[in-house]
Design a protein around this ligand. Structure first.
Ligand code: OAD
Length: 251
């Protein structure tokens, strides 16, 4: 692959605060489906209103919890890819020279953390944290066994448990939103990786970063509705582009 990385690599070399935003495309090469791919995407096969809303859970908690538990167990069986590793590498290099690195992810698969990323904020929650819809007791579920019965029961009060992911119509975790707002207002490079950028608040992040004066780069094999906002679009897969970009920046 030949990409013109020089300008973006130079910006990364001298940046004081890099903000990376990731979406499902960052995990695609690990074998996790995206949402909007026309053939393999979750939303090509299923109606999000039947699976990813509070009403869907109310109407059919068994179906919804089974689907999320399937995704949890599938993600657990996947491994981080070369793109995840490149982000770990640049975070470590930034730490060594006293620069800041913030990773904001819409992914709920925890692959960034498993790869070794440290400063990660999960904007859409996690497949691995399940909480009681009654007493709110939350527990980490990282064993490969199914969480049957569906919906899983709370060990504390016997109530129904749901995944701590953000569904359409729900608020994002306050701490993640606050971290994102602060990071976007102080970054000098903004890197968007593997997201269609159609879901808010991420859909607004590139503009906020640009308003803050950041150099904005999109990594995606396909153009997105927001591509025009970026200073550079690197067309390719995250697992190919990120290692090359990071090596060029650190080399
Ligand atoms: P999408 O499925 O909307 O977009 C995935 C993006 O990744 C697309 O733009 C692809 O072109 C790109 N892509 C595919 N393979 C890639 C690769 N190997 N490397 C880099 N990019 C690649 O997924 P998101 O943008 O993450 O929310 O979707 C955002 C939110 O919408 C999700 O968090 C989810 C979904 O509905 C909820 O469920 C609430």
């Amino acid at each position: 692959m030949t990409l013109n990385l020089a300008e973006s690599a130079g910006r990364l070399r001298s940046a004081t605060h890099l903000v990376v935003v990731t979406g499902a495309g960052a995990s695609a090469e690990s074998g996790i489906p995206t949402f909007r791919d026309a053939l393999s995407g979750h939303w090509a096969k299923y109606d999000p209103m039947q699976l990813a809303t509070p009403q869907a859970f109310e109407n059919n908690p068994a179906l919804v919890s089974r689907w999320y538990d399937r995704r949890r167990r599938d993600a657990l069986a996947c491994q981080p890819n070369a793109g995840h590793a490149a982000l770990v590498k640049i975070e470590q290099a930034y730490a060594a020279r006293g620069a800041r690195f913030t990773l904001l992810t819409q992914n709920v698969d925890r692959l960034h953390q498993r790869a070794g990323s440290r400063n990660v904020h999960e904007l859409h929650g996690s497949l691995y944290r399940w909480r009681c819809t009654g007493c709110q007791h939350a527990a980490l579920e990282d064993r490969p066994e199914p969480l049957e019965p569906y919906p899983p029961r709370c060990a504390n009060c016997g109530g129904s448990r749901r995944p701590s992911v953000v569904w359409f119509g729900e608020m994002l975790p306050e701490d993640a939103v606050a971290a994102a707002e602060h990071a976007l207002s102080t970054c000098d490079v903004y890197l968007s990786v593997g997201t269609s950028s159609v879901v808010y608040p991420v859909a607004g992040f590139a503009q906020t970063a640009q308003d803050a004066g950041a150099w904005c780069v999109e990594v995606n094999p396909e153009p997105t509705d927001l591509s025009g906002l970026f200073h550079q679009c690197l067309r390719g897969k995250a697992g190919d582009v990120l290692p090359e970009l990071v090596d060029a920046a650190l080399g």
